[in-house]
Design a protein around this ligand. Structure first.
Ligand SMILES: NC(=O)c1ccc[n+]([C@@H]2O[C@H](COP(=O)([O-])OP(=O)(O)OC[C@H]3O[C@@H](n4cnc5c(N)ncnc54)[C@H](O)[C@@H]3O)[C@@H](O)[C@H]2O)c1
Length: 365
C-alpha cells in the first residue's frame, strides 16, 4: 500500500490565528492542555418539553461537609435541580435534611466506584473521604474511589455531554519544596506512604480529567482545595480545626502535633463554595488553587481556638509525611475567577464552634 499524504491549505491569517490560539492555551508550566475535540453534545432529553429547570446538577459526595454547603447554595437558584449521589461513608442525610422531599432535589444512595446513569448538565465530583482518619481507614477503597469513581463520573460526563468539576486537593503538592504553592508546581509526593492512597489518588484523578478533556473533548474544571473549615465538619474527624474545637468544648487539652510550627491556611466553607461555583461556570479548566492564603502555625491556631485559659495545649507525636508548610498562591483564582476569600478565621471559628456546641450538647457558659 502506498501511503497517501494529506495536505491542508493554510492561509497566512489562519496560521497566525492558530499560533495565537495555541499560545493562549498554553498553561503556566508551558504544557498545551487544550483539547482539539468539540465537547460531546448534551442529551436530547435536555431539551424535552418535560425539562423544567435550566440546569440539572449532580453533586457526588453531596451529603458531606463541603458538598452539603454546595447543595444549599445551588438550591437557592430556583432554576437548578440538584441530584446528590453519596454512599454515606463520611457524609450523612442529616446534612441535607432540609432538602429531602423538595421537588427540585433528589438523594441517591450510590457508591461512585459503580457506574451511574443520570441526565445532567453539570457534575460536581466531590465523593471521597477528605480526613486522614477516614481515608487511611480503607486505603484501597480510597484509591478506588479516586480512580474508578472519577473514571465513572468522566464516563457519565462523556455520555451526557455534561461539564465536570473535580475537587482535587493541595495534597497533590505533597510536602512542598515551593512556598507558597502555585498551580504550576508539580509537587513532592511520597508514592508509597500511608497518605498516598489520597494524594496519589487525586493526582491520578487529575490526570484522568485532562486525558478525557484532550481525548474526548469533555469540559473539565479542577479545583485544588486547601484546608477548609466550617459547620457540619465531622466531630473528631482528626482534622486540626475540628479536633481543637471539640477538645476545647469538652475542656480537654488541645493536642498539637509536633513540632507545632508546621503551618496551614484555612478557608471558610462559604468562600470555598463560592469559588467552586465560579470555577464551574467560568471559562478555565484549572487546576486552580482555592484556599485562604492566611497562614497559621498549629500553635497559633490552638491559641485562637482556646478561649478558656484553663484549657491546656499538649504536644503529641506527628503522623508520617505530614507537610510542614501549606499556603496557596491564589493569583490565578483572583485573576481568572475574580475570587478571593472574604471570611476571616476569627469570624469563621465562632460559627463552627456554635455548630459543634449544638451537636455536642454543650451549653453556653
Ligand atoms: N475539607 C477540606 O479541607 C478539603 C481539602 C482538600 C480537598 N477536599 C476535597 O473536597 C471533597 C469534599 O471534602 P469534604 O471535606 O466535604 O469531605 P467529607 O468526607 O465530609 O465528604 C465526602 C463525601 O463523599 C462521600 N463519599 C466518600 N466515598 C464515596 C464513594 N465511594 N461513593 C459515594 N460517596 C462517597 C462521603 O460519604 C461524604 O459525604 C473531597 O473530594 C475532598 O478530597 C476537601
Amino acid at each position: 500500500m502506498v501511503a497517501v499524504k494529506r495536505f491542508h491549505l493554510i492561509f497566512p491569517e489562519d496560521f497566525q490565528e492558530r499560533i495565537c490560539n495555541k499560545k493562549k492555551r498554553m498553561s503556566a508550566n508551558g504544557t498545551d492542555n487544550s483539547s482539539s475535540k468539540k465537547p460531546p453534545s448534551p442529551s436530547p432529553l435536555r431539551f424535552s418539553k418535560f425539562f423544567q429547570s435550566n440546569m440539572r446538577i449532580l453533586v457526588t459526595g453531596g451529603a458531606g461537609f463541603i458538598g452539603s454547603h454546595l447543595v444549599d447554595k445551588l438550591m437557592e437558584n430556583e432554576k437548578n435541580e440538584v441530584i446528590v449521589a453519596d454512599n454515606y461513608f463520611t457524609g450523612t442525610k442529616e446534612n441535607l435534611k432540609k432538602w429531602i422531599g423538595h421537588p427540585r432535589f433528589e438523594l441517591i444512595r450510590h457508591d461512585v466506584t459503580e457506574p451511574l446513569l443520570v441526565e445532567v448538565d453539570r457534575i460536581y465530583h466531590l465523593a471521597c473521604p477528605a480526613s486522614p482518619i477516614f481515608y487511611k481507614y480503607n486505603p484501597v477503597k480510597t484509591i478506588k474511589t479516586n480512580v474508578i469513581g472519577t473514571l465513572n463520573m468522566l464516563g457519565l460526563a462523556k455520555r451526557v455531554g455534561a461539564r465536570i468539576l473535580l475537587t482535587s486537593t493541595s495534597e497533590v503538592y505533597g510536602d512542598p519544596l515551593e512556598h507558597p504553592q502555585k498551580e504550576s508546581y508539580w509537587g513532592n509526593v511520597n508514592p508509597i506512604g500511608v497518605r498516598s492512597c489520597y494524594d496519589e489518588g487525586k493526582r491520578v484523578a487529575e490526570t484522568l480529567m485532562f486525558d478525557y478533556h484532550r481525548q474526548h473533548g469533555i469540559e473539565i474544571r479542577i479545583a485544588r482545595i486547601f484546608n477548609t473549615y466550617g459547620p457540619r465538619m465531622n466531630i473528631d474527624d482528626g482534622r486540626v480545626v475540628s479536633n481543637f474545637i471539640a477538645q476545647a468544648l469538652r475542656n480537654e487539652p488541645l493536642t498539637v502535633q509536633l513540632p507545632g510550627t508546621q503551618t496551614r491556611s484555612f478557608c471558610y466553607v462559604s468562600d470555598m463554595v463560592d469559588g467552586l461555583i465560579r470555577l464551574m461556570e467560568g471559562e478555565n479548566t484549572g487546576p486552580i488553587n482555592i484556599g485562604n492564603p492566611g497562614e497559621f502555625t498549629m500553635i497559633e491556631l490552638a491559641e485562637a481556638v482556646k478561649e478558656n485559659p484553663e484549657v491546656k495545649i499538649s504536644m503529641v507525636e506527628n503522623t508520617p509525611d505530614d507537610p510542614r508548610q501549606r499556603k496557596p498562591d491564589i493569583t490565578k483564582a483572583k485573576e481568572l475567577l475574580g475570587w478571593e476569600p472574604k471570611v476571616k478565621l476569627r469570624d469563621g471559628l465562632p460559627l463552627m464552634e456554635e455548630d459543634f456546641r449544638l451537636r455536642l450538647g454543650v451549653p453556653r457558659s
